[in-house]
Design a protein. Structure first.
Length: 117
């Protein structure tokens, strides 16, 4: 396994990468549901979460997830879901010609975003 460098965890990663749209649908201690919309050129960069899983659910478009530990590539279409467990690095890309819109359920536990550099 390659050694990876990580930056300091942050509680709000919205300033670290651009998306077409972000919306928070629900939030309570230890759990939240957000909606993200990515253009075909946007990505959610390599990162992981120390204590929580990310559950992705595609509403529109085509998603491609890259994961490490172990390496894996997952393609999701409308209605598909996938869970990236706590501590597992992942990168989210839009592989469609239009926007990708997806829900991300995060929890249960304290949220952080640990960017990989």
């Amino acid at each position: 396994m390659q050694a990876r460098q990580q930056a300091q965890p942050v509680k709000d990663a919205s300033h670290l990468y651009e998306v077409e749209r972000r919306a928070r649908h629900a939030e309570r201690p230890g759990f939240r549901i957000s909606e993200l919309q990515l253009s075909p050129t946007q990505t959610v960069p390599w990162h992981f979460h120390t204590n929580i899983a990310d559950t992705f659910y595609v509403l529109e478009g085509q998603m491609r997830l890259f994961l490490q530990d172990p390496k894996q590539e997952v393609r999701l279409g409308v209605g598909d879901s996938f869970v990236a467990v706590a501590g597992r690095p992942h990168l989210v890309t839009n592989v469609g010609e239009g926007s990708l819109t997806f829900l991300i359920l995060q929890g249960v536990g304290e949220y952080d975003y640990v960017p990989l550099v």
